[in-house]
Design a protein around this ligand. Structure first.
Ligand code: DGL
Length: 276
């Protein structure tokens, strides 16, 4: 019998913790390994080639750890690297390995939330410029009007733990205003970056009442649970002691300080050297 493995959860930094938190609440029985590539975050302003190279390196690291199911809890990596990894790299990496992203599960459900068919997306420049959300949403919900705006400062605000400080207000207010000018009829706002739920309080304070905000954690957790029900051959190979290990490519002290606040529990991450 093959060895059981934990689920790998990856992000450029701490944003993927918003996804991991929901996984653990919804599927506490599984073991998880989280890797944040904090040393090279943000990914959102980097080229396609660079995001692909960094993401592939991290995925390979998970496979070396024995995680055969890896979730890219990062929209930028899902938009810019996932397809290449699935089509070109995975076939040569041995049988049974899976890499899934957050874009597809989000686009499959987002159109169910809007009443008037007007959706707004705030995301990193990488995700917005890839146009992936616009293209994918038209497949699942043709006719829906999607307007997007890139917020290059939001991930650095989160990574530098500035999310509740006044400096964040300037960028959040400005970016929301720009998006709403593109389409004042937006009734549903997707936070298309896993870092953004950490800015939720400030986002809510600048968004007109009545606009529904969608964070990806619960959506992606529901979809993973459903995926595992439909893929018994993978589910039966996931280890189930309810543990979670954390790794970062940058300072474990910084990562822990961040993760402790967010997850509400003591985290002891370990350093991984992937940065060349
Ligand atoms: N959390 C990542 C995402 O969902 C942020 C990417 C970045 O590092 O800019 O896109």
């Amino acid at each position: 019998m093959k060895k059981k493995f934990p689920i790998g959860v990856f992000d450029s930094g701490v944003g993927g913790l918003t996804i991991l938190k929901e996984f653990r609440e919804q599927m506490p029985e599984y073991d998880y390994v989280y890797l944040g590539d904090n040393a090279r975050a943000p990914y959102g302003t980097r080229s396609f080639e660079t995001v692909y190279r960094y993401t592939l390196q991290c995925v390979q690291w998970f496979f070396v750890q024995g995680c055969e199911l890896v979730i890219l809890a990062c929209n930028t990596a899902s938009a810019k690297a996932l397809r290449n990894i699935q089509q070109h790299d995975l076939p040569g990496m041995g049988k049974g390995k899976r890499v899934l992203g957050v874009l597809r599960p989000t686009t499959e459900t987002i159109g169910l939330h809007t009443k008037n068919g007007h959706i707004g997306i705030l995301a990193t420049p990488g995700t917005v410029n890839s146009n992936s959300y616009v293209v994918e949403m038209q497949k699942f919900f043709p006719g829906i009007q999607v307007s997007q705006h890139a917020c290059p400062m939001w991930v650095p605000l989160v990574e530098n733990r500035e999310y509740s400080n006044p400096g964040a207000d300037y960028f959040i207010q400005k970016d929301i205003e720009i998006l709403l000018k593109k389409d004042p009829a937006i009734d549903t706002l997707l936070l298309g970056c896993t870092h953004y739920p950490l800015l939720l309080k400030k986002i809510e304070s600048y968004l007109p009442k009545g606009i529904k905000i969608i964070s990806q954690g619960p959506v992606v957790a529901d979809k993973l649970e459903d995926y595992l029900k439909r893929h018994e051959e993978i589910e039966s190979r996931i280890s189930t002691r309810g543990t979670c290990k954390f790794f970062t490519t940058d300072s474990p002290e910084d990562f822990d300080a961040h993760a402790d606040i967010f997850l509400g529990e003591k985290v002891n991450s370990e350093h991984v050297n992937l940065v060349s």
